[in-house]
Ligand binder design. Sequence first.
Ligand code: AHG
Ligand code: MN
Ligand code: MN
Length: 339
Amino acid sequence: MTRPLGITVSRHIMDSQRLHPEATGDLTGLLNELIVAAKTISAEVNMAGLADILGMSGKTNIQGEHVQKLDDFANNTIKRRMARCGYICAMTSEEEADIIPVVEGYEGKYTLAFDPLDGSSNIDVNVSIGTIFSIHRRLSPDGGPGDESDLLQPAGRQVAAGYIIYGSSTMLVFTTGEGVQGFTLDPSVGEFFLSHPDIRIPEKSKYLSVNEGNYRYWQEPVRRYIEYLKEEDRATGRPYSARYIGSMVADFHRNLIAGGVFLYPSDSKDPTKPYGKLRLLYEAAPMAFLVEQAGGRAITDDGLEISEIQPDGLHQRVPLVVGSRRDVDLYQEFIRGQR
Ligand code: AHG
Ligand code: MN
Ligand code: MN
């Protein structure tokens, strides 16, 4: 019996590199190293219910949240592998306060920002979680360590971005600025195979993803938009169906494939976090690059394009509205007072 000959992710990346004779192969190398880290995390996540790894590690991270053991595992796996890969000059992780240097002598020309495990409140209940990454070309001259300014670049200048979702199967979805490709891990072979070529997000959607428990803390335009999507009007496909997992990577993935709009707006729940919960470098920026490459749109809750924001801190939070283009455009009409 023979298996169908699938396109592996490494083959796909090599084939894309061949279309760019000027490419040095560094981005290919970087992505391949990240993929190995992702496979390692995927194996651990799948074992989570069996190994004594579930539960809190007892530590608190820079965001003041409890760090779970799998968060630590994922963070260390990426950090250790990437510190010696030779393709990056600095890293930043959602789980670490400061910039993470690479091993001396291994400094490369890119930077890496990552959320090692997104949706970690869902680990203990067997709901999909993921790893998110964002890659920029360094600004400082090649050679020598990178600094914070290399990492504080707008989303619109990303060279590559993507995520790995540990769901009913493990998938890798990424872009290098030439569309969005999705790969599914065949665990029996240990390879990602191209399963979702050239993903396009539906123009208009039917899914609304937001934590509606925060309704009373939102600003007026957000409330009115959500109310509007819940009104009945068959001609415009309303009411929308609500879908909210609480793992952004999983909510985003569903919306990317099936169409949808995801919001994490500013709220008045916690005065120390006026801009909602999501972080620009690790969550909003990579998702903005992906969604735009798939034909969708990402803005803040007051209408700024995520891709144009100049970050001013590694852990900066940003209110986010992301998804199908027409739904995000519609939201903008609400904040402009046109509806
Ligand atoms: P993380 O687990 O990396 O800290 O991120 C969790 C984020 C995101 O995945 C999700 O969309 C959001 O938190 C859910 O927040 P609420 O529980 O406030 O809805
Ligand atoms: Mn996250
Ligand atoms: Mn996280």
